[in-house]
Each structure stands twice: as C-alpha cells, then as structure tokens.
Design a protein around this ligand. Structure first.
Ligand code: BYC
Length: 335
C-alpha cells in the first residue's frame, strides 16, 4: 500500500512532421514564450505531465512539513521556534497554491489527496529521511531549500501560466527559508565543538540525498526530453545538480564544514566541481517506498486527514447552510 510507484510513462518527443497542425501551433506558442492558460487547447499528454509534476510538487510541500514540524516544540529558543513555525506554515501554503494550479487542469483536490494517502503518488525522495538533531533543521533549510530554489527559479518561466505564477511567490519564500537554514548552520559552527560536530554530522547525512532531489541522471530521466520541449522543465536534472554543487561548496567552505565526498574537486578546465558517484540504488529504493521514513510519513498524513475530517464536514455544513439562506433570500426577493 505504501509503495510509491516507480513505473514511468515517458513519451517519445515528436518531430514537427509527426505533429498535427494543432500540435504544431501549440508548440509554436511555447517556442514564442506565450503562456498556456487553463482554457487553451493543449495536448492530452501536456496536461497529464503537468498534473503529474505539479501534484507531486504539491505533495512534496505538504509531506515536507513533517520532518521540520518534528522540531517546532524542541527549537532551542522562542525566536527559532517562531521562525520555524512560519517556515512550516509557508510550506503548507505552497502546497495549497500548487494543488490549485493542478486543479485548473481538471483534476480534483480529492483525487490528488487520495493518490497521496494511498501511496500511489510520488513526493520528493528527500522527505523520507529523518531529522535527528536541531542541526538537521539548519541542513534542511540550507541544502533542501537551496536545492528547491535551484530547481524552482527556472520553473517561474514554465510554459503553463498558473504553475509559473505560483512559482514566483514560492521562490520568494524559499529564499527566506534557505537563509534561515544557513543562519542556523552559522550559529552551530560558531558554537561549542559539540555543536560544530552536530553541524558536520547533519551535512554528512543530508548531502547525498540533497543531490538526489534533482532526479535521476539525464540519460535515465524518462520525462526530461518531452518536458523540456514543452518548457515544463527549463533545465535538465544534471544541469541543475551541477549548479547546486557549484553554488553550495563555497558556502560549506565558509562554514568551515566539508562535504562527505572524497572525489570532490574543482575542475579548472570546465569551471565546475567534479563530484563522486551518487548511489542511485538508494534513490530508487526510497522512491519505491522503502526509505527510512516512507511509512511514517504516510501514516502521519493519513492520521492528519482522519483527524481533520470533522473540520471539513463542519465547513461544508456551514457553506451549505449559508447557500440555503442565500437561496431563500434571493427567492423571496424575486417573489
Ligand atoms: N523524488 O524523468 P524524471 C521542496 C521520479 S519541494 C521522488 O527525471 P521529471 C520543499 C519522477 O517523478 C521539492 N521522485 O522526472 C518542500 C519520475 O517518476 P514518475 C519538490 C522523483 O518529472 C518543503 C521518475 O522519477 N520539487 O523542495 O522530469 C520544504 C523519473 O524522473 C524524484 C518539485 O517537485 C525525487 N527527487 O523530473 C522544503 C519541483 N526525482 O512521475 C523544500 C518540480 C525524480 O514517472 N518537479 N523522480 O512516476 C520537477 O522539477 C521534476 O518533476 C523533477 C523530476 C526534477 C523532480
């Protein structure tokens, strides 16, 4: 029940000759950077790809609240607690914008929620790892939100209007999140030896899973070619992963921490860091549902859904009562 399905459904990219006239006109709009809006004609597989990506993204935001929410009651100061609370609340907001963006494509919120709760839908692999110490909250903000920004800034230029507009707001908030993470790491490395060791330990555990967030390598990424032709994705997984490594290593140096990669080396010829092999078996194990926390995450979401049932019932009953009253008032006015 809890296995996140790994089966993918990548389509071969069509050449202009293989497209219908309608598809060619659609591709011409995309190539001219004209946004596609909900009521515009779109190929069925464009719609499906967007539903898949946006709903997975929304689920990631909602599930992403759990590892950090775990530390709200244990934050070391009132100020840190207030900041973390606001951050986790922002993630909930991101999930809501994204569910709304996906709804414009004709899928209901209930269908998406059901896919998440039953374990059918994917969400980001990263949220299946535990947050063991307070330093993990720093590492998550710095690395996980840092990786999220790297991936989402280009998505502000995505071809689908509602998704690209949601990304603009999300990215503004994510940069605050990333800074709060880095600020926690700064405080830890300036603290006692034990605190610095906790920061290093958190970096050791979160480094590789953060690199996996960008998805499988380009030669095994099923969806990249088609998604890039449609500008649903602007960069490949490997391009963004490399940008993230190049941006993050100087930050680790500034903190006086080292990433757990003996093969990491600046490559003068390419102007990038070379880095070691990623354990893709671990990645696929996690997205198939067998990571350290997959079961716990889905149990927590299912419990929250059950415990929130009375709230949903109450709001629906309230809305129905007011709809009845409004209906009687307008009927009385007409008569
Ligand atoms: N985890 O062909 P590919 C956040 C799946 S929220 C799990 O390259 P695509 C945050 C992929 O779905 C972070 N599954 O796919 C929140 C596909 O399987 P299906 C989330 C992954 O879509 C709270 C298969 O592997 N960000 O940061 O072209 C607090 C083949 O992959 C992952 C987004 O969702 C993964 N990491 O590229 C803090 C951004 N990677 O669907 C932070 C929007 C791949 O065929 N999404 N898979 O069964 C994207 O940009 C793209 O969907 C991805 C993957 C780059 C993630």
């Amino acid at each position: 029940m809890y296995a996140q399905m790994v089966k993918t459904s990548g389509d071969k990219v069509k050449t202009p000759d293989e497209m219908t006239a309608q598809e060619r006109a659609f591709q011409a709009r995309i190539d001219a950077d004209i946004k596609i809006e909900p009521k515009d004609w779109m190929p069925e597989s464009y719609r499906k790809t967007l539903i898949r990506q946006i709903s997975q993204h929304a689920h990631s935001e909602i599930v992403g609240m759990l590892p950090e929410g775990n530390w709200i009651t244990r934050a070391p100061t009132l100020k840190r607690k207030a900041i973390l609370l606001a951050k986790v609340q922002d993630e909930g907001g991101h999930g809501l914008y994204l569910y709304c963006a996906a709804e414009t494509l004709g899928i209901s919120r209930e269908e998406m929620t059901e896919a998440l709760l039953s374990g059918k839908a994917k969400y980001s692999s990263i949220f299946n790892y535990p947050t063991l110490t307070w330093a993990d909250i720093g590492a998550v903000g710095w690395l996980v939100d840092g990786a999220a920004i790297m991936n989402q800034v280009p998505l502000q230029r995505c071809s689908y209007g509602p998704y690209s507009r949601a990304m603009i707001r999300v990215c503004k908030e994510e940069s605050f999140h990333q800074r709060q993470g880095f600020d926690i790491m700064m405080a830890m490395v300036k603290g006692s030896n034990e605190q610095k060791a906790m920061a290093q330990d958190a970096l050791n555990r979160w480094w590789w899973p953060s690199l996996m967030m960008f998805g499988p390598p380009d030669d095994t990424s099923v969806h990249s070619a088609q998604s890039m032709q449609w500008k649903i994705k602007i960069n490949t997984n490997d391009e963004l992963r490399q940008k993230f490594v190049d941006q993050t290593i100087p930050q680790a140096d500034y903190l006086g921490l080292s990433v757990p990669d003996p093969d990491l080396k600046w490559n003068e010829d390419h102007g990038h860091y070379d880095f070691g092999a990623i354990d893709w078996d671990e990645f696929f194990t996690v997205i198939k549902g067998h990571g350290p926390c997959n079961r716990e995450r889905l149990r927590a979401r299912n419990r929250a859904h059950e415990e929130g049932r009375w709230v949903r019932d109450a709001t629906l009953a309230y809305a129905a009562k007011h709809a009845d009253k409004a209906h009687s008032r307008s009927a009385a006015w007409i008569n």
